[in-house]
Design a protein around this ligand. Structure first.
Ligand SMILES: Nc1ncnc2c1ncn2[C@@H]1O[C@H](COP(=O)(O)OP(=O)(O)O)[C@@H](O)[C@H]1O
Ligand SMILES: [Mg+2]
Length: 297
């Protein structure tokens, strides 16, 4: 039965505040879209589990793309554990204000970087933020960083399918897609599956799956050692009909090199590990060229 009092009216102040919020959101979306329009390809590096090598993948893929001649923007969107600055030897960087926003910091001529770590005072300042604040931070990141014209934006994301990646997926509307990183072991593969289900739900295209810390040849005898097993990445890619982008061997030199700001693409560009990242970068290029976004053009 219709209500005689008619629909309940909101108090005018609340309605005005709602309208204001809506306007601000539209303005924000417009600013993000304007910045994103200047970048040809946007990829998110994700994983279900922490410690599988997302940051390693984002950094080395960015460097592989740069070495192939492209200009790259690298965004470290892991608010709780921003790992990009340490890995690139940029831990002391402070952000620089620029025209209409914050300027990213140049790693070299072709690579610019922005990280949450640049904005917090010291390494010990853990960022304890609740969901809405984290989302607001990501929004501001996307709206305010002066990336300029770039061939790629590579986004390193926090593990799992929390607020941050949801925010990123919603805001970067024209992203090419998600790259899932997993290690071969069962637990990592299971969480990669969960994340892929999330991607499918949010309609984020999945560009492919990388298996990191895969089998590696024993330095003494050459026998392949499967520290975490092998083939997990390929299996989960096949399950989701996603492209398998390649496997990166476990490499004991990667940890000390990364800790001193020398990713393998820089420290040992001729190693099997660097070669694996380069081959994956080629596959990423192919995946992007064949993605729904490109074929719609
Ligand atoms: N292929 C590899 N071989 C050996 N160690 C690796 C490899 N890839 C990453 N690591 C190391 O594993 C740790 C976790 O990697 P990281 O990229 O920080 O993971 P995530 O960003 O997913 O948490 C780091 O210490 C990193 O140096
Ligand atoms: Mg990380």
């Amino acid at each position: 039965m219709p209500n005689d009092d008619g629909p309940e009216k909101e108090p005018p102040a609340e309605e005005a505040a709602k309208l204001e919020r809506f306007k601000q959101r539209l303005e924000l979306e417009k600013r993000i879209a304007e910045r994103m329009k200047l970048i040809r390809h946007k990829i998110l590096v994700a994983s279900g589990k922490g410690g599988v090598g997302k940051t390693t993948a984002a950094v080395n893929l960015a460097l592989a793309l740069v070495q192939a001649g492209d200009s790259v923007a690298l965004l470290d969107a892991d608010i709780h554990g921003p790992g990009v600055p340490l890995m690139l030897g940029m831990a002391d960087v402070k952000p620089i204000g620029g025209k209409g926003g914050i300027n990213p910091t140049a790693y070299d001529e072709k690579l610019v970087v922005m990280s949450m770590a640049f904005l917090v005072a010291g390494e010990a300042d853990a960022v304890i933020w609740r969901g809405p604040l984290k989302m607001a931070m990501i929004d501001n990141f996307l709206a305010d960083i002066n990336w300029g014209e770039r061939d790629w934006l590579v986004v390193d994301t926090p593990p799992g399918t929390g607020d941050e990646i949801l925010s990123l997926a919603q805001r970067i509307k024209d992203a090419d897609g998600l790259i899932m990183v997993t290690t071969p072991q069962v637990a990592a593969v299971a969480s990669a599956r969960k994340s892929l289900t999330f991607a499918v739900k949010t309609k984020m295209p999945v560009l492919g799956v990388i298996e990191n810390m895969g089998p590696f040849p024993c330095p003494a005898c050459g026998h392949k050692i499967e520290l975490f097993g092998g083939g997990g990445g390929e299996r989960v890619a096949a399950d989701f009909g996603a492209r398998f982008l390649g496997a990166v061997p476990f490499d004991p030199d990667v940890v000390p090199e990364s800790d001193r700001g020398q990713p393998v693409m820089v420290a040992r560009p001729e190693s099997a590990t660097a070669r694996a990242w380069r081959e994956i970068a080629v596959k990423v290029r192919e995946a992007v060229a064949g993605s729904a976004k490109e074929t719609q053009k």
